[in-house]
Structures are given as C-alpha cells and as structure tokens.
Design a protein around this ligand. Structure first.
Ligand code: 26V
Length: 811
C-alpha cells in the first residue's frame, strides 16, 4: 500500500472511531478501539480487493479454487497490516494516541474453522497464493461454531462451544446476491427427449447457500484474493419447494432447523471417520455451492464451457471435498448438455487431490444407502463413473476379480472416497517425501501401478510471513540486519544467515532474542495457567493435537523417569527443563483425554514437589490455537516431533519451530526427514525406529512390549507408576493408557523407542550446556528453514499441478 504515513493513518483512525461509535477516542473501550481499527484496515484492504477482482476479470487468468472443509486462519488484523505494509505506521500512529497495537490485536477472536494441520495448511496456502500473485480462492464452510474452546478443569479437558461471531466479524462480506441452491434427497425422474436422457430432480429439500467472502491479502503486492465460505439458510417462501412445507408451520420450522444445522458446527474429530449423515451433507453443501458459483462466474464471461479446464483448477484438500468430481460432472451433463466423455475430460483435468493421512481409521467410506438417499443424482453419476472405470480394470486385469473388487469405487456397500478422488483427478499428491512413497508403494499401490503419472510429492510448507515476520519481529530484525531483507520475498535466502554463525555477536543476539521470547511466553503461562516457570531452563515443547500416534505418552514417560532419577539421586545434574504441552483431544477420544489428564497430574505432582521443582516443571497450556502457537513457538528451545515413524504424514509445526530457532528432537517421520537432510545430523537429534523397522513389525509381527517392560527397570517403574496411585488418588485413572502399552502390545512402539528417546534427551542436555554450539545449531535451523516456506510449496503446486502462471512482481 502506497503513500501512507503516520499522520494520515492517525487522522483516519480517529475519524473512523468517531463515525462508528459517536464518542471520542479517549472515552472508548478496547473492544471499540479494536473494532474501528479493524474496520479501517478492512476499508483499505477492500480497495485493493476490488482492483484485484477487476484485474482478474480483465486478464481472464486461470483461477485456482482450493476446496477445503477447514480453514484455520487464526487472527487476521496483524496479518493484514503486515501484508499491506502498514504495520509499523499503524503501530506508531496508535502509540501517539496511547494505544498499544498488540493489545488490540489480542482482542481478536481466532477464526478457528479447522482442527489442526490440514486446516492450518489451507490457511498458509491462501497466504502464499496471494503473495505469489496466483489467482487462488478458498472455498469452504462458514461454521457458526468453530473448533471448541478447551478449558482444563481438575486436570480434565472440558469443551466449550466456540462463539467466534459473537462480537461480529469485520473481515467477512455477506453476498446474498450470489447465493446458490443445493438440493438434498428427493427422487430423480428420467425421461427421454430427442434420444437424450433427461434427469429431473423432484421432491428435494432445497438449501440456500449464502457466500461470505473474506479478503486474503498478499504481501506488499497489491493483490487481495478471496476466501469464500458458505452458510446454509432456509430458502424463502417464494421458492416453490413442493408440498413438504407449504402451509405447514411445524414442518417449516423443522425444515429451517434442518437446513441451518448444516453450517452450525465444525466436527472436532480429525482422525476417526464416522459415517455421519450431517457430515456428508456438509460436504455436498459447500462443494455443490462452490462448483455452481465457479461455473456461473465462468459463464458470465461468455466463455465456451468446453474450455472450462483451461480457465480453472479445483484442488481438493483430502477426500472431504471429493464430491466436487460428480458435482462437476452433473452440471456439465445435466445442465450444460455436455457429452459424458467431454465432461469427464474437463473434470479430471480440472481436479487434483491431496492425501493427508495414511491412518486407515480416517478413510472416508460412505454407506451406499445413506449416500443414495441424500444425493440420488450424484449417486447415479458415481455409479456410472465406477461402471466405466471397472470396465477399464477388466480389460487391464482380466479375471482378476480380487483386484478389481479391491480397487472399485463402490464395494462392500460403501462409496470409497479416496478411490473416487484418485480416479476422478489428474494429480494425487502426498505431503512429504516419505508419505508420498508410502502412498505409492503401500497404501495406494494398486492405483500407482494403474496411474503412475498421477502420483507426485509436494512437501508441506508454512507461511514465513505469519510464522516468522509476524510472530517473531525481534528475530526478523536480526536477520534483516545481517543478511538484508531479500529473504522476505525469497525465503530460501535465509541460507545467507549461516555465514554469520561464526560471529559471536550474532550468536549472542540470537541468545538474547530467545531469552526475550521465553520471558514473554513465561508471562503468558503465568497469566493463563497460573504457573511460574524459570526462563533459564530449557523450554521443551510439544504442542499439537493429542493422539496416540503423536505419542505425548512417550514424552510423559520420560518425564516420569526423570522425576524418579531426581528423587533417587538429588545430586543428579541436569540443565533445568520446563516441559510444555498443549493441544486438544477429540471430545469422543477417551485415550487422548486420559493423556491430557495424565499430563496435568504429572504437572501437579512435580510442580509441587520442592525436591525437584527448581529443576523440572511441567505445564499444560490450555486452549492451544493459532494465536497461542504464534506466542509459544518463538519461545521454544526444543521442538518435540516424536510420532511413530510412518504415521505423521508431514507435520508442519516442526517447520515453524525450526524457523524460530528451536532444535528438533525427532523420529525419522514425515517432513522431519527432510528437515534432517537440510540441517544435517549435527543440528537435529534423531531417535527411534526407522520406517523399514516399523513396517517390518507391522508386517511380520515380533514386537512384544511386555518383554521390554520386563527387561528395563526404568520402564517397568514408570509403567507401574501409571497404575499405583502415584499420579492420581484413583489408581485406575490411567488404566487405559497402561493397557494400551502392555495388554494391547503398544501399537505405537512407545516402549521400543523409550531408550533411544532418553539418549536423545541426554544429548540435548549436553548440547545445551555449550551455549555457543547450541546457538549455532539454532542458527543453522533458521538458515535452512527457507525451503519450508509455503511459497516454495505453492510454486510447486502452481507449476506442477494447477498450470497457473507464476508471475513475480515488485522484485
Ligand atoms: C480427517 C478426518 C477423518 C474423518 C473425520 C473428520 C476428519 C477431519 C479431518 C481429517 C484430516 C486429518 C488429516 C490431517 O489433518 N492430516 C495432517 O495434515 C497435515 C497437513 O498436510 C500434516 O502435516 C499432518 O502430518 C497430518 O496429520
């Protein structure tokens, strides 16, 4: 943004405040001050937004639509200010009127329309698309209630409904004139007109999909893209929706409730698939509205429908938006009169698919009856896609019915969404090298042999604008002061920072910045969780969703072991450590909730034991979310990335931590492998089973956790401590964790990796004592984090999958 100085900004702000609230600035409260600042910034953004849309309409550039059930944006004000290039001006202008910008920023509710990695990735991608001048739009659901707020009461997670819209949302623009109708249920009448089959949908339940657009500001490039989120509303009475509610008041209310439930709440599960009808409804709802609006927009510009795939690409984030495939087919066939083969060519060319998990329990397979009943026409199309596809399989694998059955889209009375996504798209990608290899060689092996060219890797990334420039201004300044600011547009240039790592002054600065960020974090923990921690201790952090495969329990067991050692041997010499946890458990996931309770009970015991609490402390920070991550990550010394190898598709917090100068303790899983390749073995601490060893156990058996329990006294002791009342007056409290590890043979090899994990932690202790060496390691991590910017990832998607032109301006 041009020509903005402090004086102009201040004047505009004071005016805005007066206009909005009708009182003078000094009489206003903080919320009012935030509201007027956000509206002012929104006004600025809107001007560029309009310009961008005009430009897109004029040039007719290929548009990318990123379809996702989740967008985990977090707060928008700071991001908009930074990307508009007016954050400093704004900060100074506000300081003139005695307002601290950060205080207002902190009032903003997180936009938490996502669960974790997948949703945050979508948000980072939007930021990168806008910043790289790629015409890229998000398409999703405007959930009235986002991801629940987590409270910890008596050590337990309690879920509180998220009410992010209660103070209003200045960033969104409702566009009722762009609403679409989505049809559920009913029947399909088939008739023949002039030798052509005609499909008419009757007796359906109509749902009005109303779009709310949010601007996505590119970094100082005069680009503002759009995130369009759909909200479900009842269709007004003027709409002729046949018999079912006319004149029937109760039915009308029922209808309204049923419709509004569609965009009511985000499902808080992110790893267990449950065939819930409402979730299928959510999926078709936003996908249908999205595809309809894309085609409407395309046709408005009078283009030939057969050129659709040259002018737009639809990316589906996991299988959740897979119905975009049959929906696009439906519109082309039934509404545009395109022939099947042409429609199929357009659809497969337009669509690409990312897989985000290999956990079998997360695969979406919808019961045929439910699917057919809710989406009768879509089901017919899926059946036809499957019929033609199976015909091809029969030619390719004659008589091999096992294989054909296995690969079918419909089978065992289920519609297999991953199969539909692979068959109906031209690109299938994994999110890190190991993950993609596993898809090719294992999980999707049959499909890889059938379509070798569809499969490719796109290692995840994170936007360095939010996760470095915005969250860590002090480190950003040091980097700028040493290597200049080219890394902002070319994050790979962070490499130049490595040259300064022999300079003691720079290292000392790095240490000071980390200390500063640790102090800020310690304050937050004191305020939010009422625990005081020592900023001279190592801040050892594991923040992410709570899940068995992520192995928070491994982290717990080593803390329990360390506690034992310190009690047994009071002279035991360690660098003091603060173990910091954060993350939410799916409300129905007992084991994960039990893990949270264990962490809090360990914390309670250790933090109150004066024999050890000068040396170790444990904190569970409640309500982990994007805005909190921005404050936690810059203050971390150690990043815990300890999933069972092969289970974490990529991980993205691993990248955020390294970019902020933490040292990673990791298994060779997901993107950890690529981080290790970047920084070399000297600057990361690796432990545990490798992928081959894990796969070998899964294939051939031979793992016996009980043998490890019996042969390692340290392990026996901590496992017994789970059920002997040491951490809870109710001995049975953590029985399920115990049973998972012992009775059910420790599916995630926690006991197997225990010893090497402890050694890894000893290594951290040794390394940390050599301050110079440690700071150098932190510096190497920062210098090599550029490749993990989502700008690199998005450039690969744009050139390798979407066929969009990547144009850099303002270089
Ligand atoms: C899966 C499911 C399964 C059905 C029920 C509802 C639901 C909702 C969300 C998901 C997505 C889970 C997949 C996911 O979040 N994967 C994570 O994706 C990150 C971005 O690619 C990656 O870094 C993490 O390793 C991966 O776990």
């Amino acid at each position: 943004m041009h020509e903005m100085d402090k004086k102009t900004f201040k004047k505009a702000y004071v005016n805005k405040f007066l206009e909005m609230h009708g009182i003078e600035l000094k009489e206003g409260n903080k919320q009012q001050k935030y509201d007027s600042l956000a509206s002012l910034v929104r006004d600025y953004v809107t001007r560029t937004w309009l310009k961008t849309n005009k430009k897109y309409n004029k040039t007719g550039e290929k548009q990318v639509y990123y379809f996702s059930m989740e967008f985990l944006l977090g707060r928008l004000l700071g991001d908009a200010l930074l990307n508009m290039g007016i954050r400093d001006v704004c900060k100074e202008a506000l300081a003139d009127v005695n307002i601290k910008l950060e205080e207002l920023e902190n009032l903003e509710q997180d936009q938490a329309l996502g669960n974790g990695g997948l949703g945050r990735l979508a948000a980072c991608f939007l930021d990168s698309m806008a910043s790289l001048n790629i015409p890229g739009n998000g398409c999703g659901i405007r959930y009235k209630h986002g991801f629940f707020e987590q409270k910890i009461i008596d050590g337990k997670q309690v879920e509180v409904s998220d009410d992010w819209l209660k103070e209003g949302n200045v960033w969104e623009k409702r566009k009722p004139e762009k609403a679409e109708i989505v049809k559920f249920g009913g029947e399909i009448k088939v008739s023949e007109i002039n030798g052509h089959l005609n499909f008419t949908h009757i007796n359906f339940e109509p749902v009005l999909a109303v779009p709310y657009d949010t601007p996505i500001v590119g970094y100082e490039n005069e680009v503002v893209n759009t995130l369009r989120l759909w909200s479900a509303e009842a269709v007004s009475n003027e709409f002729d929706f046949s018999s079912f509610n006319r004149g029937d008041f109760l039915k009308a209310i029922e209808y309204k409730n049923s419709v509004e439930s569609i965009s009511q709440v985000l499902y808080p599960e992110d790893s267990f698939y449950e065939g819930k009808r409402l979730r299928l409804k959510q999926q078709y709802f936003f996908v249908s509205a999205g595809v309809q609006s894309i085609i409407r927009h395309f046709k408005k510009h009078g283009k030939d429908i057969e050129l659709l795939d040259e002018k737009m690409a639809i990316h589906i984030n996991d299988t959740h938006p897979t119905l975009a495939i049959p929906e696009l087919m439906r519109i082309l066939l039934d509404e545009e009169g395109v022939e099947w083969d042409t429609a199929w060519r357009i659809t497969t060319n337009a669509i690409s698919y990312t897989n985000h998990t290999i956990l079998a329990e997360a695969l979406e397979k919808w019961p045929v009856d439910m699917f057919k009943n809710l989406l009768p026409r879509i089901y017919m199309i899926v059946e036809e896609i499957n019929r033609r596809y199976c015909d091809e399989l029969c030619v390719k694998y004659p008589g091999n019915w096992d294989k054909i059955n296995r690969m079918s889209i419909i089978g065992d009375n289920k519609v297999k969404m991953a199969h539909l996504a692979i068959v109906g798209s031209h690109s299938v990608n994994g999110v890190a090298k190991l993950h993609t290899e596993m898809l090719k060689k294992k999980e999707m092996k049959d499909f890889y042999y059938l379509y070798p060219n569809k499969f490719n890797n796109k290692t995840n990334g994170i936007t360095h604008r939010r996760w470095l420039l915005k969250s860590n201004p002090e480190l950003t300044k040091l980097i700028k002061d040493t290597i200049g600011d080219s890394f902002i547009r070319h994050p790979i240039d962070l490499k130049n920072f490595e040259r300064y790592l022999n300079d003691d002054v720079v290292l000392e600065q790095l240490g000071k910045i980390k200390k500063f960020n640790k102090e800020k974090l310690a304050n937050i923990i004191l305020n939010n969780d009422n625990i005081s921690i020592d900023t001279n201790s190592i801040f050892d952090v594991q923040v992410k969703r709570i899940h068995a495969y992520k192995r928070q329990i491994l982290n717990c067991l080593r803390i329990m072991d360390l506690y034992n050692k310190l009690i047994d041997n009071p002279g035991f010499d360690i660098v003091p450590r603060t173990f910091i946890f954060g993350g939410k458990a799916a409300p129905g996931y007992y084991l994960a909730k039990n893990t949270i309770e264990l962490i809090n009970n360990i914390a309670n015991k250790i933090n109150n034991d004066c024999r050890v609490n000068e040396k170790i402390k444990v904190v569970f920070i409640q309500n982990y979310r994007v805005s909190l991550a921005e404050q936690i990550i810059p203050g971390a010394d150690v990043s815990e990335q300890i999933s069972t190898t092969t289970k974490e598709a990529s991980g993205t917090s691993n990248m955020k931590f390294m970019m902020n100068g933490a040292v990673t303790v990791a298994t060779l899983d997901g993107a950890n492998i690529e981080i290790k390749d970047e920084v070399t073995d000297d600057n990361i601490v690796i432990f545990g089973l490798n992928a081959d060893e894990v796969l070998n156990y899964y294939q051939n058996g031979g793992y016996k956790s009980i043998d490890i329990y019996n042969s390692d006294v340290r392990i026996k002791r901590v496992i017994d401590d789970l059920v002997n009342g040491k951490y809870h007056s109710d001995k049975e409290k953590f029985r399920s964790l115990y049973e998972n590890l012992i009775t059910y043979n420790d599916e995630f090899f926690v006991l197997q990796d225990f010893d090497s994990y402890l050694k890894a932690q000893d290594k951290i202790d040794t390394l940390y004592r050599d301050t110079n060496k440690w700071q150098k390691m932190c510096g190497v991590n920062i210098a090599h984090s550029g490749i993990f910017s989502s700008d690199r990832t998005i450039e690969e998607y744009a050139t390798g999958i979407w066929g969009s032109e990547v144009i850099y301006k303002n270089l």
